[in-house]
Structure formats: C-alpha cells, structure tokens
Design a protein around this ligand. Structure first.
Ligand code: F0G
Length: 361
C-alpha cells in the first residue's frame, strides 16, 4: 500500500535545493482539499479549504521545516533557532528532534497559544519568552544566528519557502489546474511568498520540467486589522489581535508579499478580530473544519471581499486554513455575544438526559 512520503520525496524533482541532503521528514504535506459547500453558497463561487491543520505538528510550517532541517543537516548543523508566534516553534522542535539536533525558540511573552507552547516543550526545545513581540524575537534570533553556531529556521531561510511552495503544487495536482483566486492569512508573509513561487513554478517550464498548470491564481492575502502593516503601508510597533499566530508588525517577507499581490493582480487587505472569529465559528459549525483563529483570516477575507462584490460568480477559490483548532481551543467556547459556553450537567438517568436533549417519547 502507498504511504505519502512527505513533501521532499513526493516533489524531489521540483526541489533542486535539497540535492544531496538527507531527508528529515514526519510525512508532512498531502493534506486534503475540502469542498466548502456552505461557504460556496454564501459567496456564489466554488470554494475549497486547504486544511493545513492536518500536518504532523498541526500547521503548514512542517512543509518548510522538513526542508530547512534537511538542509541544515546536510551542512552539519547541531542546533537550530527560531522566533515564533507558536507554530514555527512547535514544528522546529519536532523536526530538530527527528534530526537529533537541539532547538531554541524565542516567543513573545504571554502571547502564544497553550497548545503550541506545550508542543515545543514536549519536543525538548529550550523555550525563552522574550519581553517583546514577534518582531523583536526575530531581530534577536537573526543576531544570534549571525554570531553563534546555530541555524536560523524562520522563513527568511530560503529552504523554508522552498518547502512551503509544495502546498501550491498539491492544490494544482488536486484540481487539475490552478484556482482563479487563492486566499491566505498573512503574518510574516513567508507563506504567501511560497505559494506564489509554487504556482509560478507549476505554470512555467522550470528545471526542464513541463508546466502542470495553464494559469496562476490571483493571490488574496489578509492581515488582522490590528496587525496590518502591509495594508497600512508602514510597520506597526505594537501589533494586537486575538489571532496571535499573525500578530506581526513588520513582516520579513513584506516585499515578496507585495510582489505576489502585484504580479498576480491580487490584493492584501485587513479583517477585524470580529470577522476572524465569525469565520472561525462558521468553519467549525457549518463546514466541520476546526482551525485556529489566525487560520480563519483567509475565510474572513473571502467573505468581506464577497460583500464588496469582488468575487467573480462561479470562480474556483482555494482558502488555506493554516493551523489546527486544537492549538488554541478556547475560542470555540466563546459565543458570538462574548459569553462563555457552560456545558449542561445531567444525572445518570435516561429521562433527564432525554429532557436535556429536548427529545420527546
Ligand atoms: N497562520 C498560522 C496558523 C500561522 O502560525 C502563521 C505564522 C500564519 C498563518 C502566517 O504565515 O507568517 O508565513 O505569513 N506563524 C509564524 C509562527 C509567524 O511563528 O508560527 P506567514
């Protein structure tokens, strides 16, 4: 029987950067593209969800970590470091463990989801909570990698982008061609950069390989309103959003994100925390797909764009939902009006359970 081998083995011929590197893999990638019937009806298009929460550590970061850690292993690295809002640290910790390397992670104090924190600790990373935001953590991590024998595995590492582009390959392989529009949350802007590279590469002759797609999608990126430097046109010193994954004020791949937007005739826009949480609720309650809040920014952006009349009727649209809902589960327990959900208690007795369920005999 066939087992998915992970993105390096599955796409080796499209990843020349990995030549001669050992493959450090947890069989990431191969994630489902799920038809979203309710969303499709709401926006009058054919909408699919690329469910990246089903990667080994629960986010898309694993696609770039298998490649970054494999390239680091080829170079003989013994230690890696990253700054993170949580998912990168969970992924780096797992893949470093797989490769027998040590891992240090710098995270913003008090601003990362519990699930992500426990993953990094579980995999034995040295975790430091920095008294600053993600942008401060990345500045420090870059300095350390310049002066000490540790490999930086943030998305400024080219091997990260190289691995993450495989998500675009998978979308085209599943649909038979590129969609017309691709929606993504934008934080440090590595992922929109990676998808655009993947889509371009699949629509052109690269490394002597024939094109697979006949077109490239418009790239639609969405930042959280309180952390929307690209939309506002300047860095944000104190980014704030409930979507802690994308609480970033000065994205490292800012220029590449703008290039993806402009070359694809796409857009980068902002969505409010309320819109993010509404999309988060819609995904879990209407589509059966549980994601973390930051992931729902792509869907929130699609919904606001549809309201603004920007969605072409019947278009094929893919929204990447980047991380699993179990990473940061508390949001599901909060109702639209802000009140907390209280589970109903019942005694061990069929009649009272039936009555609590509103069943009539
Ligand atoms: N969605 C999730 C769940 C993320 O964790 C991130 C980034 C993004 C979207 C945005 O992707 O940065 O490539 O634009 N998380 C990083 C981290 C910053 O440290 O885990 P991006």
């Amino acid at each position: 029987a066939h087992q998915w081998k992970g993105v390096i083995e599955e796409y080796r011929e499209r990843l020349p950067m990995l030549a001669g590197a050992p493959t450090v893999t947890l069989h990431e990638g191969g994630t489902p593209l799920i038809e979203a019937e309710h969303l499709s009806e709401l926006v009058g298009a054919q909408v699919y969800l690329k469910y990246e929460g089903l990667n080994p550590t629960g986010s898309f970061k694993d696609r770039g970590m298998t490649t970054a850690i494999s390239v680091a292993a080829r170079a003989g690295a013994k230690a890696v470091i990253c700054a993170s809002t949580g998912n990168t640290s969970a992924s780096a910790a797992a893949y470093a463990t797989k490769a027998g390397m040590t891992c240090a992670v710098l995270v913003p104090d008090g601003k990362i989801a519990m699930g992500k924190l426990s993953q990094a600790i579980a995999h034995g990373a040295t975790l430091l909570q920095v008294e600053g935001n993600f942008d401060d953590c990345l500045t420090v991590a870059r300095k350390l990698a310049e002066s000490y024998p540790v490999e930086l595995v943030n998305s400024v590492n080219p091997a990260r982008i190289e691995g993450q582009k495989t998500a675009a390959f998978e979308v085209v392989d599943a649909l038979g061609d590129a969609p017309e529009i691709h929606c993504l949350p934008v934080g440090n802007a590595g992922n929109i950069t990676a998808y655009w590279r993947g889509y371009r590469q699949y629509a052109e002759i690269t490394d002597g390989l024939a094109p697979v797609a006949t077109r490239r999608p418009r790239m639609w990126g969405f930042q959280a309103e309180g952390a929307a430097p690209i939309v506002k046109g300047h860095p944000i010193d104190h980014p704030e959003t409930v979507a802690t994954a994308i609480r970033i004020g000065n994205p490292a791949s800012w220029q590449q994100a703008e290039a993806a937007r402009d070359e694809s005739e796409g857009l980068i826009d902002a969505v409010t925390d309320d819109q993010i949480l509404a999309a988060h609720r819609l995904l879990s309650s209407r589509e059966g797909v549980f994601v973390e809040p930051g992931s729902a920014a792509s869907v929130a952006g699609l919904l606001t764009s549809a309201e603004a009349g920007l969605v072409p009727r019947g278009a094929r649209i893919v929204c990447t939902v980047t991380g699993h809902g179990l990473k940061d589960p508390q949001w599901a327990l909060r109702m639209a009006d802000g009140s907390e959900v209280e589970p109903v208690k019942v005694s061990v007795d069929a009649v009272s359970v039936a009555s609590a369920l509103g069943l009539e005999g």
